[in-house]
Design a protein around this ligand. Structure first.
Ligand SMILES: NC(=O)c1ccc[n+]([C@@H]2O[C@H](COP(=O)([O-])OP(=O)(O)OC[C@H]3O[C@@H](n4cnc5c(N)ncnc54)[C@H](O)[C@@H]3O)[C@@H](O)[C@H]2O)c1
Length: 361
């Protein structure tokens, strides 16, 4: 392919500046040609820093989508507009990378999957934690069957006090929830991917707003405004799968605990177990004794996409995504997988509201 892929960014805030634009800029097959933000100065700044000469700036994403030369759109706006913008971009014949969580509701997520199928365009979700060396290696281990049948797992998304106070993260309407949908989504995605199990049977959930009302709380990102804090501060899920496996999902932005782990998974299989706490560890039994092995991720073929080139997980994510378009292969993060993550998170919220378990037919 001689022509470069023309990529546009919608939503030029934190994640666009921290992940998408720097990683895309490193790819020679790509040029960043258009930038959109409802705060137009943000789009202008992004265009000046990351855009090709003459890059276009928009305030309204529907105008951007009219440009027939754009091949790919990265959706980096708050959760409430993920589905609307992704669907419109797919309909406008663009491939779409949408930030996590896929959508606020499973119905929106279902429509995203359906639109991608119907239009034949590619759709992926920004689950960059899959591209970490520990995740890639553990996934290889799981795929080979080294852990045996994984029948118990924990998805960890626990912060002690790290409530995101920028943007609209505390706004129920804009985000669809708090830590569960924000960081629980990463941990659950990792867990389902490792288990290669996308068939939930039942979900029981609880959610709490116990610390969010406190004034002047010690917080990694500065004190939050209790009046703005309309989402939960922690939520937990007990998920059973059709094949009998159990997943426990723990998420918090604020919780009185010392067991802090985010975007990590612990797996228990019939042959061995694995966890990502303090590095990747494998545990099991051999020659009549128990063992715990710490995996050295610095040496060896960890990143199967890069051969250990020292790229960040965001760089590998961007490269794998762009290559999937150029070579017409599947992106690593498939929309059907992200749909199931969305369904389970929604079921936890639903169960927390009603006090009843949610059953999938
Ligand atoms: N992959 C990750 O680990 C990760 C990390 C942080 C954020 N995110 C996700 O990225 C998304 C954005 O988060 P953020 O931290 O960048 O927030 P942010 O508030 O810093 O940026 C969002 C930007 O989108 C703009 N925007 C809002 N509505 C828009 C619209 N309709 N059209 C164009 N622009 C619009 C806002 O003005 C803002 O500049 C969220 O969905 C969040 O979950 C993912």
């Amino acid at each position: 392919m001689s022509e470069k892929l023309k990529v546009a960014i919608v939503g030029c805030g934190g994640i666009a500046n921290g992940k998408h634009m720097p990683s895309l800029s490193k790819l020679e097959q790509v040029e960043l040609v258009a930038f959109c933000d409802i705060v137009v100065e943000r789009a202008e700044r992004a265009a000046a820093k990351f855009g090709v000469e003459g890059a276009k700036v928009y305030e309204d994403y529907t105008e951007l989508l009219k440009d027939g030369s754009i091949d790919v759109v990265h959706v980096c706006t708050p959760n409430s507009s993920h589905a609307e913008i992704s669907i419109a971009a797919l309909e406008a014949d663009k491939h779409v990378m949408c930030e996590k969580p896929m959508a606020k509701t499973s119905e929106e997520a279902r429509q995203m999957v359906e639109t991608a199928k119907r239009t034949g365009k590619k759709l992926t979700i920004g689950y960059n934690n899959r591209f970490r060396p520990d995740s890639l290696h553990l996934h290889n281990i799981c795929e080979r069957g080294d852990l045996g049948e994984v029948y118990f797992a924990k998805a960890h998304a626990i912060r002690r006090r790290a409530v995101p106070t920028w943007g609209v993260f505390l706004d129920e309407e804009k985000q669809g929830g708090g830590p569960l949908i924000d960081i629980g989504t990463h941990a659950l995605d990792l867990t389902l991917w490792m288990m290669d199990n996308y068939k939930p049977k039942a979900v029981l959930g609880t959610s709490y707003h116990k610390l969010g009302h406190k004034e002047n709380s010690a917080n990694a990102f500065g004190p939050w405004d209790p009046k703005e804090f309309t989402v939960e501060d922690s939520a937990f899920g007990f998920i059973t799968m059709e094949n009998g496996a159990t997943i426990v999902l723990e998420s918090s932005w604020a919780l009185n605990t010392l067991e802090v782990d985010e975007a990590k998974v612990s797996l228990s299989g019939t042959e061995a177990g694995a966890d990502m706490k303090g590095g990747l560890r494998i545990n099991g039994e051999e020659f009549g004794r128990l063992y715990t092995k710490e995996v050295d991720l610095k040496t060896g073929g960890v990143a199967f996409f890069s051969g250990g080139s020292g790229e960040s997980d965001s760089d590998i994510e961007a490269r794998q995504w762009i290559n999937s378009i150029i070579n017409d292969t599947e992106p690593l993060v498939k929309p059907e997988q992200a749909f199931v993550v969305t369904q389970i998170l929604e079921a936890i919220y639903e169960s927390a509201k009603t006090g009843k378990a949610v059953y999938f037919d």
